[in-house]
Each structure stands twice: as structure tokens, then as C-alpha cells.
Design a protein around this ligand. Sequence first.
Ligand code: NI
Length: 199
Amino acid sequence: MAFKRSLLIPLAVFVAGLGVLLGTALFILQPQQQQSASRVPIGGPFRLTSHEGKPFTDADLKGKPFAVFFGFTHCPEVCPTTLYDLTQDLEALGSDADRLRVAFITVDPEQDTPDLMKTYLSSFDPRIVGLTGTPEEIAAVAKAYKIYYRKVPTDSGYTMDHSATVFLMDGRGDFYGTSNFQESAEIRRGKLRQLIKNG
Ligand code: NI
């Protein structure tokens, strides 16, 4: 039938056009959905110095999921408790612990030199990396993670007030969740296992 043959080309053009239109619509819609649904603006690029005295950036943490928290070596309670807990957690995770990185960033860069952090961290799991930097570098990374810290004068000098949140970040460096020192070991380890599983 002649009329079918003559309709074939316009039909093909129509179908192709529809495909392009649909593809464009999906292309426009998808990135917007991802942005609003999963991206929490916590974390980001930083440039610091490790407790080994070497340059250390966010790129050195990415590739594996990581736990990061802020504190200082003279902290009387929360920081040593958190470091102790994480040390126990890493042991409890067994071989899975090697699929995770842990970083401790000082909020007291004036006192916490790489050497002091190295000595301090020798009491904890050797996989925990200590990070320090200039006051400006520390201010920048604290801002990226939206943490609070403040120097508070005391009779003998000063102490640091600071947020105690442990940030759980995925292998791309995107925010995954949080933990804190008040949680039970069971809950913390459950979160760490989930984080490792998620990548
Ligand atoms: Ni502390």
C-alpha cells in the first residue's frame, strides 16, 4: 500500500524527535534531583599537614570512606574518649577497618604541632592520622565542616571549646552521616560498618 510507505519517513522523524525531546528532559531533570536529594554541603577540599609533618589534603582521605573529627591534644575528656573509642572500633572491625580512614583535625594549631600530635596519637590506633595547619588553614577546614570552636581563657592559660561530632564521609568525600562520643559502641560500629559497605 502506497500511503504506508509515504508515512514511514515522517513517522521515523517523529519518533526520533520524541526520543531527543525525552532525552533532553531527563538530562535537565536528573542533576537537579540528585542535588536536592543527596548532597549535604558538609566537607570539601582542604590543605593541611599530617602528624608526620607532610602535606595532607582531602585527596589523601578520598578513595575510601572516612571518619573525621575535630579536637585538640590538651582536651581533658571528649577528644581522648573519642580517640579511644575509635581505636576500639577499628580493632572490632577487623580487616574491614582497612577499608576506612580516620582523621583527627586540631582546632588548636598554635599548640598542636605535627610533633606533639604524633606523640599524642601514639597512644591510639596508628591508622588514625592527625592533622594540623596554620590558623587560617584550620579555620577554612572547620568552616567546610561547619564546626564550632573557640578559645576560652582559664586560670592556667586557655582551653578550646569545640563541636564533638564525628563526621562519616563516603569515598567521594560526600557527607554520609555523623556519630558522637555519647553513642554506644554497638551503634557506632553499626554506622561504621554501613559506611564501609556503602563505600
Ligand atoms: Ni576535645
